[in-house]
Design a protein around this ligand. Structure first.
Ligand code: SAM
Length: 310
């Protein structure tokens, strides 16, 4: 398996984990089932970790949408089989443009699965324009899937322009477990390109952190044995290195929290409900997992300048 194939396979893993948690009732997602074949029940600590990740990311998406209203764009980089577009739509949220980017081999599978499902297709159809699926790309009224390598910035720019991305409209970028797979100079160039090109931006990044202790070494070895390389692990040493990577390349400012803080901040009533779904024997393992992931936000331009706290 080549390095890039190993990275692409991580999407299947993430989708299976999300499906496991959704099936157990951790959160509602009526769409993830269309992107998995077979069901693998994951351990309670993995399910809880994914709960914290999904709800934590949702918290910041919510803040962004409250600030911008519908006049905004979301660009989900390395989106894999993520279902956020459908979930937002179900909550009655419609924005100017929602774009997903991933390797063409991943997006072509996603396009194929969408084409097969009337439920998925109906939700992205509109009276204004028809859904066009051409190979590894999909174009609907305000939803686009683009197949390109995030290390190829000229192609990324060309394709974003083709789908109508406006560099002056408030734009949120989302990466969940993506930058860690990219060589540091490539992720740096990507973040710098975004900061130079767009005038009003907000970034939400979910990723490993504290990658220089024993627990992290075991975690990395385990993933490496399944074919994954972490070319970008240097930025994952601490919440400080996570923030620095943005500020260094022109973002106004950044904040970062490890998932223990995020977990404790999530609404208590839903956490109470969630914690009763399954017995958790290995509390210490969950705590270890949470301290080894973080959410980092960064911004540049006016809209999100005062959103620097949880
Ligand atoms: N963000 C999704 C989620 O949370 O479910 C998928 C996460 S998966 C762990 C990482 C994704 O990043 C994969 O779909 C992979 O193909 C994509 N990715 C990593 N490096 C990439 C690159 N250079 N260009 C495009 N996509 C990339």
């Amino acid at each position: 398996m080549s390095f890039d194939e190993g990275v692409q396979a991580t999407n299947c893993d993430a989708t299976k984990c999300k499906y496991s948690a959704v099936k157990m009732g951790y959160w509602k997602d009526d769409y993830i089932k269309y992107f998995v074949t077979g069901y693998e029940r994951k351990t309670p600590e993995i399910n809880r970790g994914y709960y914290a990740r999904t709800q934590g990311v949702a918290l910041f998406i919510d803040k962004f949408l409250k600030k911008t209203g519908s006049n905004c764009q979301i660009i989900n980089l390395g989106a894999g089989f993520d279902t956020l577009y459908w979930r937002l739509k179900d909550s009655g949220i419609s924005i100017n443009n929602y774009v997903e980017v991933d390797f063409a081999s991943v997006t072509s599978k996603k396009c194929f699965l969408i084409k097969k499902s009337k439920i998925l297709l109906d939700a992205i159809s509109s009276q204004v324009s028809e859904v066009r699926i051409v190979g590894s790309e999909l174009h609907a009224y305000n939803y686009h899937i683009i197949g390109t390598d995030l290390r190829n910035l000229s192609e990324l720019e060309k394709k974003l322009c083709q789908v109508g991305i406006n560099f002056d409209v408030p734009t949120m970028f989302l990466t969940e477990c993506v930058l860690v797979y990219m060589e540091p100079e490539c992720s740096s160039m990507l973040l710098q390109w975004i900061a130079n090109k767009f005038s009003d931006i907000f970034y939400v990044n979910y990723e490993p952190v504290n990658m220089n202790d024993n627990f992290a070494r075991i975690m990395l070895d385990n993933l490496r044995s399944r074919g994954c390389q972490f070319a970008g692990v240097d930025a994952c040493f601490s919440t400080q290195t996570q923030m620095d990577r943005f500020v260094r390349v022109g973002w106004d400012s950044a904040r970062s929290w490890n998932m223990t803080n995020i977990y404790e901040y999530l609404p208590e009533d839903d956490r109470y409900r969630m914690e009763r779904l399954e017995m958790l024997d290995e509390l210490e393992l969950l705590q270890q997992l949470l301290t080894h992931y973080c959410i980092t936000i960064a911004w540049k331009g006016g809209t999100m300048a005062d959103v620097d706290h949880l």
